[in-house]
Design a protein around this ligand. Structure first.
Ligand code: IVH
Length: 704
């Protein structure tokens, strides 16, 4: 049917056209989700949606209550429900070569205080390249399946998971709560079939089996998931009412008996050389397995030892992923662009002639910083035999796992005679301010701060990102647009959007891409996000070196926003008790503390933060659930040699019980635990009349 051009439509025709478009687009949505056989091609769908929006823009009063503009893409904007994981879903730290594996074993022995000849077994199993899923069974019935999400909160994909043949709906003889975790993946053969079907329908093919598995599991309609052949390997667990076994390999056997698929290449190894031998064996089988793996995971076999080793912020101490070497390809470096990040870092990006590396098309690679381009590392040592990188060069690109592509090498024989070395800019390409390099910093940074639009935008993107404020309907794209139009210049402006743009001449609902419903939903979501835990607020500020884990440590230490802010102001001269107190937090070092105190004492920064906090309802930090703990809230100092556990383990245990562990003794210290060889700290504890315990006394105290 031919379409009347927009400028020829009168009001009556426009009303009829909007009704027609709404019906066609609603049906297209139903077809897409219901039948997995879209009737409209993507391009036609997009064209009709754009025409609908253009008519609405010309005749705002005609916009329908069921306007297609209020649907994000073709999926309802409410998405999946959220699931709070009762036991966090973590990731793994990486090993890249044999020496990293030996270091892993050494560090575990050190932590546990085991000497080299003590028995210490590990399991070694393939690292499946898919996406992790947690399955919760209550009294033997599958009640919930959740993706990892940010580790703390995932998406509820129960209906979808139930369509996967490898996932039992019921477990026999499994009373109480059992959470089984593992990897959802797609085999190579099923991936190839799916892509053939997709392309046959004019759809976009998936880049690799992992994307296909993720895209298939995260369908809003479970029937689409059912039509995608997904598989599942169980390898881990979350909440359990009763332990599965006393060893990792025993737990795997138990999961197998419960009816799960477990990977047949799992092996128990007695030492690092057996682990590496099994790694090589798995690597040799890799091409014939029929599914993607990207390394081998080693885990301490004894679950009691796993318990003692515990976790760092996002990874367990008792496991590591030994990754396969990166995949490589040669291509031409067409240009070097400079991007400005949230903390003002000027990051060079290589624009490449697209090339396939390990099944994924790569057109950009990171160049890190100016030294890296010049052929030096951060210590001034040569990399790539000192070869610099120039525009027009023939370069070797590699990808390792999820890591963004990098450049491994340059082919000098292909370099043009007139190619000149890359000159790194000394002013910010976004705002023109000086870009400076501080001593000891490999990175050149824009000195423009909040006046630099790139920094402001990146800061806002960080602020609304999933791990931070995660406001429904306000993602990177929207906040960037609001910034461009001057609606939102700093985080505080988000919380006054409703006041400024819900009524009046300029209204959110009249903006392209927005409607009455989506605007109301956004205002609602923003209002709800005003209540924010202290740790998240600190993380939201985007201060350099202050990540999510550190923010939570700071929150737990200072308790409230007022306490935190006062302490940061009081530490402004980087000296004295508040500064020492900050440095005493386990996990906070000089670099982070300096960055934090500098940012919190910078005038413009401070004013912007104050404007934000005034609009929020900041929740004090929850102390760990330590109601039974005799040391909750106490400040403890360990000194001298500990004989029953290492210092790291002692610290971690004390913190789990709600104590603060400090490195120096002061009037604020409650308990000093002194082992043999303790010197001045023990004396100071006596002088101050503090509680002084030996290691046994401490263990007795915390076992009560
Ligand atoms: S154990 C507490 N074992 O790798 C850590 N993870 O890079 C539990 N993965 O998020 C993870 N195969 O999605 C474990 N055999 C395996 C795995 C495996 C794949 C994934 C998992 C994890 C990611 C970390």
């Amino acid at each position: 049917m031919s379409e009347t051009p927009l400028d020829k439509l009168d009001e009556t025709e426009a009303r009829a056209e909007l009704a027609r478009l709404s019906a066609i687009l609603a049906k297209a949505n139903d077809d897409y989700h219901g039948a997995d056989a879209p009737v409209l091609a993507d391009a036609e769908y997009d064209h009709l949606k754009r025409r609908n929006a253009a008519i609405e823009n010309k005749f705002p009063s005609l916009k329908r209550a069921d306007s297609p503009s209020d649907l994000v893409g073709s999926t309802p904007s409410d998405g999946f429900g959220k699931v709070q994981h009762t036991v966090r879903m973590l990731s793994l730290s990486n090993a890249f070569d044999e020496s990293d594996v030996v270091d892993f074993d050494d560090s575990i022995r050190r932590y546990l205080g085991l000497d080299q000849d003590a028995d210490l077994a590990y399991t070694a199993e393939p690292k499946i390249d898919g996406l992790s899923l947690s399955l919760r069974y209550e009294n033997g019935v599958l009640v919930q399946a959740a993706t990892r999400g940010d580790g703390g909160v995932g998406e509820n994909v129960t209906a979808n998971a139930k369509t996967i043949a490898d996932i039992p709906h019921c477990l026999e003889n499994a009373p109480g709560i059992i959470e089984i975790r593992g990897e959802v993946y797609m085999s190579h053969a099923d991936f190839a079939d799916l892509n053939t079907r997709q392309q046959g329908r004019g759809g976009k093919p998936f880049a690799n089996p992992r994307n296909a598995a993720a895209g298939s599991l995260r369908q809003l309609d479970a029937e689409i998931t059912r039509s995608r052949p997904l598989k599942f390997f169980a390898y881990s667990w979350g909440e359990l009412q009763k332990p599965l076994a006393t060893t990792q390999h025993g737990a795997i056997d138990a999961m197998k008996s419960l009816g799960f698929q477990v990977n047949p290449m799992t092996k128990t190894c007695a030492n690092p050389s057996e682990m590496v031998e099994h790694y090589q064996h798995i690597e040799a089988q890799r091409a014939t397995l029929g599914y993607d793996i990207d390394g081998v995971v080693y885990k301490v076999d004894d679950l009691a030892l796993q318990g003692r080793l515990g976790f760092r912020s996002t990874t367990p101490r008792w496991a590591i992923a030994h990754k396969f070497p990166a995949e490589l390809a040669w291509t031409c470096l067409e240009a070097i662009d400079i991007q400005v990040g949230r903390t003002g870092a000027l990051s060079p990006v290589a624009r490449l002639t697209p090339v396939t590396v390990g099944g994924v098309v790569v057109s950009n690679a990171t160049l890190h910083n100016e030294d890296y381009i010049a052929g030096r590392d951060s210590f001034g040592e040569e990399i790539r035999d000192g070869k610099d990188i120039r525009v027009g060069d023939w370069v070797q690109v590699y990808r390792a796992g999820d890591v963004i592509p990098k450049i491994a090498d340059v082919d000098l024989s292909k370099r043009a005679n007139d190619a000149s070395p890359f000159v790194f800019p000394e002013t910010c390409p976004e705002c023109g301010s000086d870009a400076l390099r501080e001593e000891g910093d490999a990175v050149r940074r824009c000195s423009g701060g909040m006046i630099c639009p790139a920094q402001a935008v990146e800061r806002l993107k960080h602020f609304v990102s999933r791990a931070v404020f995660d406001i429904d309907g306000l993602g990177a794209k929207q906040v960037e647009q609001f910034h461009q139009d001057g609606w939102v210049r700093e985080p505080a402006d988000i919380f006054t959007l409703e006041e400024r743009f819900s009524t009046g001449i300029q209204q959110l609902k009249n903006r392209e891409g927005w409607g009455e419903k989506s605007a109301l939903n956004l205002f609602d979501a923003i209002r709800q996000s005003r209540a924010v835990p202290l740790g998240r607020l600190i993380f939201s500020l985007g201060i350099r070196h202050v990540g999510e884990n550190a923010s939570n440590l700071l929150a737990r230490h200072y308790g409230s926003w007022a306490g935190f802010e006062q302490a940061m102001l009081a530490a402004s001269d980087f000296d004295g008790p508040p500064w020492e107190d900050l440095l005493g937090i386990d996990g906070v070092g000089q670099v982070m503390a300096t960055s934090l105190v500098s940012a919190m004492n910078q005038e413009a920064e401070q004013a912007s933060i104050d404007r934000l906090v005034a609009l929020l309802d900041v929740q004090d930090a929850k102390q760990p659930n330590t109601s039974d703990s005799p040391v909750a809230g106490k400040t403890v100092v360990f000194t001298g040699t500990l004989e029953k556990m290492t210092r790291a383990e002692a610290k971690a245990r004390a913190e789990t019980l709600g104590a603060k562990v400090s490195g120096s003794v002061s009037k604020k210290t409650d308990i000093v635990v002194a082992g043999p060889g303790a010197g001045s700290k023990e004396k100071k504890a006596r002088d101050l009349g503090l509680t002084l315990l030996d290691e046994d006394g401490w263990l007795e105290l915390i076992s009560t």
